[in-house]
Design a protein around this ligand. Structure first.
Ligand SMILES: [Zn+2]
Length: 373
């Protein structure tokens, strides 16, 4: 057990009040964003018309409302159902390339300077593409997007994470695909999908293979499910990062006098600097946190866990990195110092090479925040 005292000051920035526009301009790093959860509503409308896919609402605006309302139901399973309509329009190489390109330019416009964007190739092979062709189509879109963003004066580095679905049996194949693309734009691997009944240990073969290949992976754990899923992801599977990890809070006790006691697992996560890919809006929508104001990210940041802030599904949560940071600022009093700390945490935790991470921290993130003080 470890005793702690909470630091009293959340924010040490006395400067001018932080505006949404200031937050949009600061450099941001995004580690947890789903390609099939971030499509522009208008793009879904256009691609659906091309292939005759029937949508649950007419027009981009009504469709955006439908996604947000469906995702607001409080159930992870219901939330995951919305993806049927995005994945339906991601079955051809030109469509996938367009969606990947738009994802990168949207993030760049939002001030994101480095992003790892994930998706499951196995969901995009219904009409004959091979998983390898899916990765190639995404990479083509990312490269177009990065070129457009650089031209627009908002450079961004976008990398792929390949996801395997936890209820399927393709994880080893997808892990091999990630390794075969690792010098061509893919930086890591992930497993996602409903946690209940599908523990990550079902995919040990994939994780052991990745470790032997010196490759990186993250696991969605501790979102809908509690401490056992975090423990399995770390101690059985060897995850480098945790997707969400919100339930680590269950291993932390705060006394009436403000004293804090960490259990063994929470101590391990903090001591080892295991990055937590937290997605406040999404966590509230799936019921993993009661509200942004009561989201564990505040306490975990006070306790100096390796916390990062992310979007998860920009379409379903109607959010962006700017919006997530704005919520943390208005609901939890996160100031510029803490937003920079979150950003540096994320950059340190990225799967790209150390020299690239170091260069982005020194040349982009630090001067970017310093310029606003
Ligand atoms: Zn996710």
């Amino acid at each position: 057990m470890v005793e702690n005292t909470l630091s009293s000051a959340r924010s040490t920035t006395p400067a001018a009040p932080l505006t949404r526009e200031t937050i949009r301009r600061v450099p941001k790093v995004l580690l947890h964003d789903h390609l099939d959860g971030g499509l522009r509503p208008q793009t879904i409308v256009e691609l659906s018309a091309e292939i005759g896919h029937e949508l649950p609402a007419d027009g981009a605006e009504a469709l955006a409302d439908w996604f947000a309302e469906s995702a607001d139901s409080g159930s992870l399973v219901r939330y995951l159902e919305t993806f049927a309509h995005t994945v339906a329009v991601m079955q051809t190489a030109p469509a996938i390339t367009r969606i990947a390109r738009e994802c990168v330019t949207d993030l760049a416009e939002d001030g994101v300077v480095y992003a790892e964007i994930r998706y499951a190739p196995e969901l995009m092979i219904e009409q004959g593409l091979t998983p390898d062709q899916v990765v190639a189509a995404v990479q083509a879109g990312f490269e177009e997007g990065m070129a457009l963003a650089a031209e627009a004066g908002t450079p961004i580095v976008a990398r792929q994470l390949l996801t395997a679905m936890r209820h399927q049996a393709m994880s080893r194949e997808i892990a091999e695909l990630a390794v075969s693309w690792r010098d061509r734009g893919v930086t890591g691997f992930d497993i996602a999908g409903a946690e209940a009944g599908f523990p990550p240990t079902r995919h040990l073969d994939a994780f052991e293979y990745l470790r032997r290949e010196n490759a990186h992976f993250t696991i969605h754990a501790g979102e809908a499910f509690g401490l056992p899923s975090i423990w399995e992801a770390l101690q059985w599977c060897g995850a480098d990062r945790l997707g969400h990890g919100v339930r680590i809070i269950d291993d932390i006790t705060v006394g009436d006098d403000g004293s804090v006691t960490l259990g063994r697992l929470a101590s391990y996560v903090r001591d080892k600097r295991i990055p937590l890919e937290m997605c406040p809006s999404s966590n509230v929508q799936t019921g993993a946190a009661p509200s942004i104001a009561e989201h564990p990210i505040g306490l975990l940041a006070d306790l100096r866990f390796r916390v990062t802030v992310n979007t998860d599904n920009r379409l379903m949560s109607r959010t962006s990195m700017t919006e997530e940071m704005w919520q943390l600022h208005t609901q939890l009093d996160f100031g510029l110092d803490r937003l920079e700390w979150l950003t540096t945490n994320a950059m340190k935790s990225a799967f790209t090479h150390y020299d690239k991470r170091y260069a982005l921290i020194t040349d982009v993130i630090k001067p970017g925040y310093a310029a606003l003080r």
